[in-house]
Design a protein around this ligand. Sequence first.
Ligand code: NDP
Ligand code: MG
Length: 368
Amino acid sequence: MRRRLLLFGATGSIGDSTLNIVRRHPGDFELVGFTWHHNEKKAAALRQEFPNAVCFSTTSPDAVARSEELLAQEHDFAIIAIVGAAGVRTTLLAARHSKKILLANKESLVVAGPLVMAATRASGAQLLPIDSEHNSLYRLLATTPPDAVRKVYLTASGGPLLHLSGEEFHSAPRERVLRHPTWVMGQKITVDSAGLANKALEIIEAHYLFGLPYSQIDAVIHPQSFVHAMVLLKDGTVLQHASQPDMRYPIAWAMYHPELPPDTVGGSTPEYFPSLEFFPVDCQKFRAYALGRRAGEEGKYFPAVFNAANEAAVEAFLSDSIRFGEIANLIERALENRYPEYDYTSLDGLLQYDSAARQLVHKLAYST
Ligand code: NDP
Ligand code: MG
């Protein structure tokens, strides 16, 4: 059976990994639709390669209507590989129109976790995480009785600045921040990983996906990125799920689900295993992590503000307007700010918080 897929954000890093699987297994998958944003050159090459797929740029003013048209195509699953809060609307639309959603866009759950989960519950759509840690947790928890779980752990490589501190960490140059030791990813998530804001986003993502309280979700530094998640059981034993750090593992698993995928990557036998280290997150150094975690625990509009402030600050860092360490300062300012009382139970309200936090960070970042 050829599975028909829609790919939102086809021109990015997750898009690349997804299409790599499609190309390796053309008998198993058919790309029936895709979107891109700015990368016209790559989109032109994809149009040529997949001439039958319906496609458009999400920069178009009627992007929402066109996304709905795309989702009206017969398809088996939709992959949301858009980066940032810009993906929320698409995730919510897919929750209404798709039987199965493969979610890379963690920001959707951070900004609007309760709405996304309610929408998938209402439609009966299946939500499969392809963020590697969550994909591993999903697989571990599927075989574990819920009352046997004491705690779950997401691993974090610690990023390229793990061994830097003080001024070296604060003023780490862009090239260094973008040189991730284990994963090849888009720019925004690579910066997020260097300050561990990414892990805070993922803790919030796990809270909504698995319905676990924050007290049962933790992160642990694991520089080899070989173990992606762990489940500590009440009997004191630990389940781990591991693979080489390659996004094609979680993506292929979700694309073939509920069948098992072939090994697209290779190199999984024990002689290739690295030595494994695990140690706690330094919350003094990784302040963006601590702030994001607290924002998650506060709930309401705080996760949306955390996410928006982080996106705006990362953008400022990438355009050389602020130093790396200032990302956490700006996030803190945005979380402490007083906002008008928007309705944080609605998407519009959450997006108002999102835009107010972005404006604040923008003002602070570009006025220094
Ligand atoms: P990239 O930056 O590589 O790609 C982002 C994609 O989103 C591109 O196709 C881009 O289009 C599109 N895009 C950008 N802005 C918008 C917008 N405003 N509206 C619609 N589409 C937009 O990101 P990644 O592939 O690295 O990450 C995608 C998502 O997956 C993120 O949420 C990330 O956190 C998550 N993720 C990524 C992992 C990875 O290994 N890369 C691992 C786990 C999760 P264009 O390039 O044409 O402008
Ligand atoms: Mg991840």
